[in-house]
Design a protein around this ligand. Structure first.
Ligand code: COA
Length: 321
C-alpha cells in the first residue's frame, strides 16, 4: 500500500476516489471544487488530502482542512479531517489508521498542534478516533418543531427575502462582527461564501435568508431544506426583532413540515424555542472530536482547551466539515 497526495492521483484513481466518497457519504467532493478552494482560500492543507493506493486503485482517503480557531489565548490554525473513508470491501485492514497516522505526522511537521473532526458518536469510526487520542469536545443542541394539523399561511416578515450574490459580502461581514469577542469558529470575511457558490455547494436564494432594514443587513439565516423538513443551524442577527423575524421565516419556509434549529443560536437564545411547541435535546449523535498532536489527554482537558463549554463559544452550521 502506498500513500499519495491529491495531486498524485491519476484520472482512474479519481474515479475510485469518487466511488469511495459516494459509498461512504452519499456525496462527492469533485476535483473542480477541491481546486477552487485551493486557489481561492487557505482552507485545505498543501497536499489537500491523503489517499491509500494499491495496484493502481484507491482504497482509502482523508481530506485535511486548516481552520483558524479562537482559543482563550488567541487565534491559532487547527486541522480538520473530512471524508475519512475506506473502500467497503477493504474494511478493518488498518487502512484508515495508516492514513491518519501519516496525516498526524505531516500536520505536526507543518507546526499544527491540534487536529479535529466531526463524526457520529454511535459509529465504528468513533472507536478508531478514540484509540488515536481524539476526545469528544462538543455536540450541538437541537430544538425541533413538528406542526400538528395544517398551519395557517403567513406572509413573509418585512425586509426578509432569499439572498442574492450581492448579499454575500455583507453576510460574511455581519458574521465576523457578531463573532468579535467570541471563542471557537471565528471566520474572517474573505469571500468563502462566493467560493461555496462557485463550487456549487451553496445556492443563496434557496439556502440563505437575509433581513435588511433600510438597506442595512441586520440578520441572516442558513437553511437546509427538502420537501420533508427544514434545518437552520446558522442564524445571526443584530436585534431580537430581526432574530424573531428570521425564526418566523424559517417556519414559513418549512411550509407545514417539521423544522429545527441547531448549534449556537439554540444555546444563545433558548427562550426563542419554548416548550411545548419545541422539543429539545442538549446534544446530537453528531459530535466534534479533538486531539492534541503528540499528547495523550482527557476529555476534560480537551474541552477546556477548545473552550466549548464557555458561553462565548461559537459554532454554526458553516463550521461543520
Ligand atoms: C470508519 C472507516 C473509515 C474505518 O476504516 P478502516 O480502514 O476499516 O479502519 P481500520 O481498519 O484502520 O480500523 C481501525 C479501528 O477502527 C474501528 N473500527 C473500524 N471499523 C469498525 C466497525 N465496523 N465497527 C467497530 N469499530 C470499527 C476499530 O476500533 C478498529 O480497530 P481494530 O480493528 O483494532 O478493532 C470505514 O469503516 C469507513 O469508511 N466507514 C464509512 C465512512 C465513515 O463512517 N467514515 C467516518 C466518517 S467520520
Amino acid at each position: 500500500m502506498r500513500l499519495r497526495a491529491f495531486d498524485e492521483l491519476s484520472p482512474s484513481m479519481e474515479v475510485d476516489r469518487t466511488l469511495l466518497h459516494l459509498a461512504a457519504f452519499g456525496g462527492t467532493f469533485p476535483r473542480r471544487s477541491v481546486d477552487l478552494w485551493r486557489t481561492r482560500s487557505k482552507m485545505l492543507a498543501e497536499y489537500a488530502g491523503l489517499f491509500a493506493e494499491e495496484s493502481g486503485r484507491v482504497i482509502g482517503q482523508v481530506f485535511v482542512l486548516r481552520i483558524p480557531y479562537t482559543f482563550r489565548d488567541g487565534v491559532e490554525t487547527i486541522s480538520g479531517l473530512a471524508g475519512v473513508a475506506t473502500r467497503p470491501d477493504r474494511g478493518r485492514g488498518g487502512i484508515a489508521r495508516t492514513l491518519l497516522a501519516e496525516v498526524h505526522r505531516r500536520e505536526t511537521e507543518a507546526g499544527v498542534r491540534f487536529i479535529t473532526l466531526w463524526t457520529n458518536r454511535s459509529w465504528g469510526a468513533h472507536g478508531l478516533y478514540e484509540k488515536l487520542g481524539y476526545r469528544d469536545i462538543y455536540s450541538s443542541p437541537w430544538v425541533v418543531h413538528s406542526p400538528v394539523g395544517t398551519s395557517r399561511a403567513r406572509s413573509r416578515p418585512r425586509g426578509i427575502r432569499g439572498a442574492r450574490r450581492d448579499d454575500l459580502r455583507d453576510i460574511e461581514r455581519l458574521h465576523a462582527r457578531q463573532a468579535e469577542g467570541r471563542l471557537g469558529f471565528c471566520r474572517e470575511p474573505n469571500g468563502y461564501l462566493r467560493t461555496a457558490v462557485l463550487a456549487g455547494e451553496l445556492h443563496p436564494e434557496r439556502e440563505l435568508l437575509v433581513a435588511r432594514d433600510g438597506g442595512r443587513l441586520v440578520g441572516y439565516a442558513h437553511i437546509d431544506r427538502n420537501p420533508y423538513r427544514t434545518v437552520c443551524g446558522e442564524l445571526v442577527a443584530t436585534s431580537g426583532a430581526s432574530r424573531r423575524d428570521l425564526v418566523a421565516e424559517v417556519e414559513r419556509a418549512a411550509q407545514g413540515t417539521p423544522f429545527a434549529f441547531q448549534h449556537t443560536p439554540v444555546t444563545d437564545f433558548p427562550r426563542l424555542f419554548p416548550r411545548p411547541q419545541y422539543a429539545t435535546s442538549d446534544r446530537a449523535w453528531w459530535g466534534w472530536m479533538g486531539s492534541a498532536l503528540g499528547k495523550v489527554w482527557t476529555t476534560r482537558a480537551a474541552v477546556r482547551q477548545f473552550a466549548t463549554d464557555d458561553r462565548r463559544f461559537l459554532c454554526l452550521s458553516g463550521d461543520r466539515f
